[in-house]
Design a protein around this ligand. Structure first.
Ligand code: BDR
Ligand code: CA
Length: 327
């Protein structure tokens, strides 16, 4: 953890199988001080997200962290859930019990403002979902940026999308909100699909987690089993596919920033209707092109873009925190 001090963190999520993996890690990593969790429509409807988030925190043994309900739809678009990936309940249809407590009696934007300004040190904000709540926060209470250290968001892609050939789901679901985020005026790290898809827990570890008698670790295993790793870029999965950590990798990037390689690059969200909508256009050119020479440079946000990740390091980091010491 940076400077050996715990990092005050707030997660904004759409729990979501891999958001749950992110929450389990954040609650259990000793370097992270998870101060609040806010919910937004995305993988499932916002009420489902609230329910799933409360359930995960209870299973993780962290029932006191404040949770608030946020935006029920994007700024401009309609809700377009990802239940085909995350199950009808948004959490893998594992038959989990309903939570025993209710969310906070304030909305997500109010809770975000309150917790950010009340934190003893500047907060790291980790959105792992469409950026609707964050855009509403920045437009309603811009003063919060004075106590935000940085924003590390899961979203976007340098190369290939998933919601469309070029757009990643979180940005595609609410492109206008993502554009607001990029101009927040605080340091931003983009943990995009390029690294997100690579961090996979091996099958043997998933099986061990599923057999655990500890409820949080067992839930982690069951969730990972719902996230088969897909095409195996390193050819190591064989017939024993593991489970992708997905959003949890963005929280690993806060606990252990040296595990990713980043470059500060101009990033822009395509807001145009049509096939490029929701694309994060990352300018990796070594020098200006004809467009800049003839028409002048446009103002663009500079973002620390994750281009590479130490997969084994993050898998170890995540397992150690979630599972604790193994016999
Ligand atoms: C993102 O979309 C959701 O399905 C995942 O939870 C992740 O945040 C990946 O595109
Ligand atoms: Ca998510």
């Amino acid at each position: 953890m940076p400077n050996g001090r715990t990092v005050p963190v707030i997660i904004d999520c759409d729990t979501g199988v891999d958001d749950a993996l992110a929450l389990l890690f954040a609650v259990r990593h000793p370097g992270i001080d998870l101060r609040a969790v806010t919910c937004v429509a995305g993988n499932t409807d916002v009420d489902g997200v609230v329910r799933n988030t409360l359930t995960v925190l209870e299973r993780a043994g962290a029932p006191d962290i404040p949770v608030a309900r946020g935006a029920q739809r994007p700024l401009v678009e309609q809700v377009r859930t990802a239940r085909h990936v995350h199950g009808a309940d948004g959490m893998g249809d594992l038959g989990l019990p309903a939570p025993t407590r209710a969310p906070a009696d304030v909305d997500a934007v109010t809770l975000l403002r309150r917790e950010i300004l009340a934190a003893p040190r500047p907060v790291t904000l980790i959105p792992t979902a469409p950026l609707t709540n964050i855009a509403l926060l920045l437009r309603t209470h811009p003063e919060v940026t004075r106590n935000i250290e940085r924003i590390v968001f899961m979203g976007g892609a340098v190369a290939t999308g998933n919601a469309t050939p070029v757009a990643e789901f979180n940005v595609w679901h609410d492109p206008e909100a993502a554009a607001v985020l990029l101009t927040a005026g605080v340091p931003i790290t983009m943990y995009g699909l390029d690294v997100f898809q690579r961090v996979v827990v091996p099958g043997a570890d998933v099986r061990r987690l599923r057999a655990s008698t500890e409820p949080g670790a067992r839930l982690a295993g069951d969730l990972l089993a719902h996230r088969p790793s897909g095409p195996d870029p390193d050819g190591t999965d064989g017939d024993d596919p593991g489970g992708g950590l997905g959003d949890a990798g963005a929280v690993c990037a806060v606990a252990d920033p040296a595990g990713i390689s980043t470059r500060l690059l101009p990033v822009e969200v395509s807001l145009a209707p049509g096939p490029s909508r929701g694309q994060t256009i990352v300018d990796r050119r070594p020098r200006p092109g004809e467009s800049e020479i003839h028409e002048g440079a446009r103002e663009q946000a500079l973002v620390d873009v994750a281009l590479d990740v130490d997969v084994a390091r993050y898998v170890r980091l995540w397992l150690t925190a979630v599972e604790g010491d193994r016999p």
